[in-house]
Structures are given as structure tokens and as C-alpha cells.
Design a protein around this ligand. Sequence first.
Ligand SMILES: *Cc1c(COP(=O)(O)O)cnc(C)c1O
Length: 216
Amino acid sequence: MSIEQQISNIKNEILDKADLIAVSKTRTIKEIKEAYNYGQLKFGENRVQEIVDKQSKLPDDIEWHMIGHLQKNKVKYIARFINLIHSLDRISLAKEIDKQAKKEERIINCLIQIKISKEDSKFGLKIEDFRHFYKSLGTYENINIIGLMGMATFTNDIELIDKEFKMIKRIYDEMASIDPKFKVLSIGMSDDYNIALKNGSNMIRIGSKIFGKRNY
Ligand SMILES: *Cc1c(COP(=O)(O)O)cnc(C)c1O
């Protein structure tokens, strides 16, 4: 199926319940342009060098989302244009984003990434550390925390995925009730976005279902 058809199918499924972020990591400029020409304006990448390169070659009205683990020393390369950082998970990173945002005279929107899976490879803040972390962020004027991001375990166990999404939804609801800026719950990828939508996701990050299987 073509990129256009896949985007159209997903949009028909999600209607206006969620924002669709097309995850374009490893994809060519040509593939991204195909999605863009069809009207897709939000793209997610997980590597700084790749997002900077693509941003310079593609139209200015694209919204770029940083969805992968972010190293402090690379924040300076994306601070000028990044629309949303999904992977804020430590104070040292918050401090650097704030510093670079100030330099660019911008306020950068961020999601706090919560570790909901027990898999070792997943980054993110432990649930039990969340409240303390959130409180410590109050001092950073050039960061705007607008919600949470999470990645479920890579498994066929639907119940486990459902349980993990429910964990993050509970914190999200609690935060949204006290902080009016909280409005994004970024959960759901190609294989689990239906479970995420059932659990209140309003931003899904879809790569392989749009562009086909990645070769890594
Ligand atoms: C790669 C990636 C996605 C998209 O994965 P697919 O399974 O291809 O949809 C979503 N979120 C993050 C953080 C990713 O790294």
C-alpha cells in the first residue's frame, strides 16, 4: 500500500481523537516528501544528526518532533526549530534545553518520558520518581511541559501493553487535573496504537505502518 493510503487509513481510524506523528527515522527525503505532499505536516525522528539534516532539506511548515533519547551536548543543534521534545527524562537535560531555548529566544515544548516497560532498553523516568522530577522543573522558564510520553513493552501480550498504558494514563489524568498546560499523552506506535487510543492517547507515533518495515 502507498504512503498516502496508509496515512489516509490511519487518519480514518483515529478521526480527531489523536494527532498523527509520522515517524520518519531512516526514511529518505523522497519518502517524507510523499507524505508531506499528501498533507502530513508532523514528523518524528530519533537522531539529532538526521533530524537536522532533514529539517534543512524540507519545507519550513513541517513540525519536527524529537522522539528518541537525547544527549545534552546535542540539544543546541535542534533548539532553533524543534516543535516538541518527547523524551525529557532527566534534570540535566531539562537544564540544557532551557539554556539553549533561552539562546534562541524560544520556549520549547516538552513531554516527560515515563518508563512504563520493564525492558532494559527503554529510556524514561521511573514512575516513582515522577512527582519529584516534575516539581524540580518549575525553575526552567524556557521549557513548557505539556504532557507525557511512554513506550510499552515490545510484546504480543495485549494485557501487559494495556496495563502499561493504563499506568501512564493515570498519572496523565492526575496532572491534567492540576496543570492546565497538560494536554498531550503521546502513547501508541504501529503495533499498539489501537490499545493506546482505547487508553486515552491523543498523540500516536507511527513509523512502519506508514512507510513499511525498517531495515534495522
Ligand atoms: C521508532 C519509534 C516509533 C515508531 O515505531 P513503529 O513501530 O515503526 O511505528 C515510535 N516511537 C518511538 C520513540 C520510536 O523510536
